[in-house]
Design a protein. Structure first.
Length: 748
């Protein structure tokens, strides 16, 4: 255990610095901030999936004691977004949904009114009394029907990379002796972070507002509110110091922040809006997917052709795109490969990012197909992957800054005991259980985004590092504090990391697993600038203990600055601060992909990789599946904090187990509505579903990928995990299930 009074290094394992505040309830979330005369808003959701509102009768609702206003499209104030575009940092091509805009209904559960009352109970009671007459229009929420309307997306989103073909995949497939061809599907997944989407808008009375929002980007929400409502940036402060999980659901501003701000500006009062768990099933979700994979090999199992076509669902008003098809084309050596990506529109809200968007779908389904091809070729699934291993990004014919997947395969297989596996399905048993061992590969991007951080060192020796980033549970506070401690040698107890406030230095939204690499690099630069100031001030210390040295020649440790290799020439930072005569040393720095770096970004691929090994036990008579063991070996560059890093992988693996066995939004297509919109019926793994998970971090030094050599870990844990489980289920039972989740009915 690391004591908070000691300084830490990058690479040390210790508890998250915000852990105490979280477990003691001191951490406050968006719906927990209070304000004088706070009003409570309750969202009224549409009963129909498509059509128009014919009439709204609010009389009964308005009669409820405590009700202040019922806001609908008929009486809402005019807002600036009616006149101009209001795209946010992560919006997608199309026309963003505008709550309470007009009488049109575009999806079931669409917010159509906000009841505002002095108590939550009054708002909820009145919301049930709002009577709406609809004129329903035909709708479709059935993917099979939507496929008839599928289209190739045209406008590109910046992070969307269309797949690139090579060779002649169709001809090679036709000519090859061994083939596999099948369709794989994934249902819609809905976001279920512990904290529901919530906003508390504090009306300051001087025309300014403070917005406590559940979001992954305080500044993104600030810019959104400014463009939607016509505020100037100085009048809106958005805060999200703690986020109760988000997984991508908080990347785009959700409709509760719009509704709460609308009500606050209309009523000139503070307003809180919290979505119910059921309303969490009325907005962002992982799109439904159909993926057709064709693979072919020669007689020895060498891949000859890869065809990977995928369609994902979108809404009718926006084209949400994911990188679904590319991963398999990048990961395997094969001269002939092609992929097509299409969208299928449905009458739902626009899907969005959900932990490893695109890869969690596309790589996972592809890795089930790879397992099938391995069996077709008569090869062990791991041997098949080793045989077809590519050292370069095979889709773009580019080297990687690093790819230690081979080591992940080796170390994962060794820890799992893969060599003891018998090849044939149904060949391993324990009592009534069929045992299955399966594996899969995971892949994600190693991203780095322009981020600014500040550092302030007080005369007391206390250091504050800050950026407007979010910590959605991923450990950003800890990364910032750890990098600061590593850079300036100050104990953790003297370091305060601040984030989650739009007033802090510029940060992107927290997503894409880029925050540790990006905020870490920014904090390091800011602290190095402080180090430079300390070095200059050290000249004023009596006796000039450091003499004439450059920053590169000194080291910081345990509150001291010393000449490297010469511990006698050392001075306490507190003494330097005292000698400096300054109350505070301050610096701000921006980490961004530099010019030289940008060139190599084009020249080289940057990715994380993983190898997942899964053991399942399937009750032969009942079909009940238990995932008894997972080994996940991850190659993700330099690991800042092995303990918090492991937690990220554990969470990703658990979500992957949910993807394999549990998660599935079930829509009644007659109503166009998700019917299992609660934790009782939308299943996610609970503690009893999770057994042993072992995480291995493969040694992967990579100074080129990002300034700290960090690749990011928030998402890689989910990618491929469901494939490893599904492949293990095949090995146990001989049944190949190509439609996730693998539920009992599909096994019996
Ligand atoms: Mo993640 S889906 O980029 O929050």
């Amino acid at each position: 255990m690391i004591h908070p009074s000691s300084s830490v290094k990058i690479g040390d394992a210790f508890n998250r610095v915000d852990g105490f505040d979280k477990v003691t309830g001191r951490a406050r979330y968006a719906a927990e901030f209070d304000a004088p005369d706070l009003l409570h808003g309750w969202v009224v959701s549409s009963d129909i999936a498509k059509g128009k509102i014919a009439a709204i009768d609010e009389a009964a609702a308005r009669a409820v004691a405590g009700v202040v206003e019922v806001i609908t499209h008929q009486n809402r104030p005019h807002v600036a977004w009616l006149d101009r575009s209001h795209a946010d940092e992560v919006s997608v091509p199309g026309s963003p949904f505008r709550a309470l805009y007009d009488d049109e209904i575009a999806f079931s559960g669409q917010p159509i009114a906000l009841v505002v009352a002095t108590t939550l109970e009054a708002a909820r009671e009145a919301a049930a009394l709002v009577h709406v007459d609809y004129i329903a229009a035909p709708h479709n929420t059935d993917m099979r029907v939507a496929l008839g309307e599928k289209f190739k997306p045209r406008k590109k989103r910046s992070t969307f990379v269309p797949p690139k073909a090579r060779g002649d995949a169709k001809a090679a497939f036709a000519a090859a002796p061994l083939k596999h061809s099948a369709d794989y599907t994934l249902p819609m997944h809905f976001h279920n972070p512990m904290e529901m989407h919530a906003t508390t808008v504090v009306w300051k009375g001087d025309g300014t507002i403070v917005v406590h929002d559940k979001t992954q980007g305080a500044q993104n929400v600030q810019h959104y509110l400014c463009s939607v409502f016509g505020f100037s940036a100085a009048d809106v402060r958005v805060m999200n110091p703690y986020v109760g999980g988000a997984f991508g659901s908080g990347l785009r501003p959700q409709y509760q922040v719009y509704l709460a701000t609308l009500a606050a500006t209309m009523l000139e009062r503070s307003v809180r809006v919290v979505l119910t768990r059921q309303q969490m099933f009325t907005h962002v979700h992982r799109p439904q997917a159909v993926q057709s994979v064709q693979l072919a090999t020669d007689a020895s199992g060498l891949l000859q052709a890869i065809v990977n076509d995928a369609t994902t669902s979108t809404s009718r008003f926006e084209n949400y795109m994911e990188v679904v098809c590319n991963w398999g084309l990048m990961n395997y050596r094969c001269g002939n490969a092609a992929a097509a990506y299409t969208l299928a529109p449905m009458d739902t809200y626009t899907p969005g990012d959900m932990r490893a968007p695109g890869a969690a779908t596309g790589m996972t389904l592809f890795e089930i197909a790879i397992d099938e091809m391995a069996y077709r070729a008569g090869l062990d699934p791991l041997a098949f992957r080793r045989l077809n291993y590519s050292d370069v990004d095979a889709m773009n014919d580019k080297p990687f800054t690093s790819k230690s997947l081979r080591q992940a395969y080796d170390e994962g297989a060794e820890r799992f005991g893969w060599h003891r596996r018998s090849h044939a399905p149904r060949s391993m048993r324990a009592g009534c259980d069929l045992i299955g061992w399966g594996m899969a590969t995971g892949m994600w991007d190693a991203l780095f985004m322009k981020t600014t951080a500040s550092a302030r060192l007080l005369a007391s020796g206390e250091l504050e590092v800050a950026t407007a980033a979010a910590d959605i549970g991923t450990g950003t506070y800890t990364v910032m504090a750890q990098v600061a401690s590593d850079t300036l040698g100050l104990p953790l107890s003297q370091i305060r990391a601040r984030l989650g406030d739009s007033a802090l230095p510029a940060s992107p939204v927290e997503g894409g697993s880029w925050m540790a690499a990006s905020a870490g690099a920014a904090v390091q630069l800011a602290c190095q600038a402080i180090g430079q100031q300390l070095l200059a001030a050290a000249d004023r210390v009596e006796g000039r203990p450091l003499g004439q040295v450059k920053l590169e020649a000194v080291e910081f440790h345990d509150g001291r600055m010393s000449v490297r290799g010469n511990p006698a020439r050392s001075v306490a930072i507190l003494d330097i601060l005292a000698a400096s005569g300054q109350e505070v040393l301050a610096a701000q720095a921006t980490a961004k992909p530099g010019v030289g770096d940008l060139i190599s970004m084009k020249r080289k691929a940057r990715n994380t990789h993983s190898a997942i090994f899964a053991e399942v036990r399937v009750d032969e008579e009942l079909g009940v599946v238990r995932v008894s063991r997972i080994v996940c070996a991850v190659a993700a560059g330099r690991i800042i904090n092995p303990k918090t890093a492991r937690s990220q992988i554990l969470g990703g693996v658990v979500m992957g187990i949910g993807m394999a066995l549990h998660e599935e939004a079930l829509t009644d297509h007659r109503l166009g509505r998700v019917m299992n919109h609660s934790f009782a019926e939308y299943h996610i793994p609970v503690n009893a579903d999770i057994d042993t998970i072992e995480v291995i971090f493969v040694d992967e030094p990579d100074p080129e990928v990002t300034p700290l050599g960090v690749k990011g870990l928030g998402e890689i844990g989910i990618v491929g995990t469901a494939a490893a489980v599904a492949n293990a289920i095949f090995h146990a039972t001989g049944k190949r299930v190509r439609a996730l989740p693998v539920t009992i009915d599909k096994l019996l």
